[in-house]
Design a protein around this ligand. Structure first.
Ligand code: PMP
Length: 356
């Protein structure tokens, strides 16, 4: 949905890579993450400083093929290597539907999916995936498994902690923080994510995982991402020509328009409801606003058992609440599709009335 912004930017992010460039596996042999392009590291740090959403001072940057690869790298790095049983991996429901799949796909001996963090009560070590703002429901979250000193490790998945989706209330400073270009700039296809990791050994292990998995991360993608991240940091400079050149203001306006349209349609319906988000002060924007999450977590009324099935009958494809570890009355709807798709969705949704 941010394509219109990048079109407006014209050639600002165009780059040419000659046939003789970027051949080596190595980007910087002296860096702990030896396949990380220095230009990307610099652009990542500059962007976090510009937005003020995460501290970067003492953290190591590890680049991944999307944050999807970094989730796996983090699970590997945080799993104890001397335990007889795999470590439990939990996340509070509703949780991002990929977590169970990613955790159990290869039936690792190191870690296993243990479900909803709210109901997790087994003894022993665990890893909690904390997604904030959360996918699917847009809520700002904190770890929920508490009172286990020394037993739990946290991975903060901050894919959506950017000003177009939510207010930036502080620069977060967690042990392992994951970000991705997919959600920040819209360049999901470049497959670039990055982790900010406090502990050197954890960062080293994550780097090792990626070395074994893919011997690094595409240099072309890293260089392109560096250019794009650089462009959005530039767009935030105070002497920019128009507020609509500021990437985050532009994209926040788009998100807010979509949410207004969806809320108007839902208000007229006698079937659906949406979560409400509180007004919160954003340090980056310098004003208060409600969240505009990348997904709408929509609920059907009590007379409809399976909201996903009901909507499919009306030619609307969603993801059922069941996939997120919760009930089928909820569905997740993407708020970041292309304009034509989003408008068609609204049009179809607006024609549905309960007649049962
Ligand atoms: N974490 C969350 C919470 C996500 O929603 C997504 C994408 N849907 C990812 C990680 C993975 O993103 P990517 O691999 O494109 O960086």
């Amino acid at each position: 949905m941010f394509e219109s912004y990048w079109r407006k930017m014209g050639d600002k992010c165009t780059m040419v890579i000659a046939g003789y460039e970027s051949l080596s596996y190595f980007a910087d042999a002296k860096n702990l993450c030896w396949f990380l392009e220095p230009k990307l590291e610099e652009a990542v740090k500059r962007l976090h400083l510009t937005v003020g959403n995460a501290v970067v001072g003492d953290h190591h940057v590890v680049v991944g093929t999307g944050s999807s690869q970094l989730i796996q790298a983090a699970l590997y790095a945080l799993s104890p290597s001397d335990e007889p049983e795999p470590v439990s991996v939990v996340s509070a429901a509703p949780y991002y539907s990929s977590y169970p799949e990613v955790t159990d796909f290869l039936r690792s001996g190191l870690y296993k999916w243990a479900g909803d963090a709210h109901t997790f009560d087994a003894d022993g070590p665990y890893i909690e995936l904390v997604t904030s703002p959360n996918n699917p429901d847009g809520v700002m979250r904190e770890a929920v498994v508490v009172n286990r000193p020394g037993q739990g490790k946290l991975v903060h998945d901050l894919a959506y902690y950017w000003p177009q989706y939510t207010s930036i209330s502080r620069a977060v400073d967690f042990d392992v923080m994951l970000f991705t270009a997919s959600k920040c700039t819209g360049h999901a296809g470049s497959r670039i994510g990055w982790a900010l990791v406090r502990d050197k050994d954890v960062a080293r292990k994550m780097t090792k995982f990626i070395e074994i998995n893919t011997i690094g991360v595409s240099k072309e993608s890293q260089l392109r991402a560096a250019k794009i991240l650089g462009a959005i940091s530039d767009s935030c400079l105070p002497f920019g020509p128009s507020k609509y050149d500021n990437f985050f203001e532009y994209s926040k306006t788009l998100m807010a328009e979509r949410w207004d349209k969806l809320r108007a349609v839902v208000k007229r319906s006698n079937i659906f409801s949406l979560p409400k988000y509180p007004n919160q002060y954003c340090l980056f924007a310098g004003d208060s606003s409600e969240a505009h999450p990348a997904f709408a977590w929509m609920k059907c009324n009590d007379r409809i058992e399976d909201c996903d099935k009901f909507l499919r009958e009306h030619k609307i494809v969603t993801r059922s609440g069941r996939r997120f570890g919760t009930d089928p009355k909820h569905v997740r709807i993407s708020m970041v599709s292309r304009d034509e798709e989003f408008n068609l969705f609204l049009q179809r949704l607006s024609t549905i009335q309960w007649s049962g």
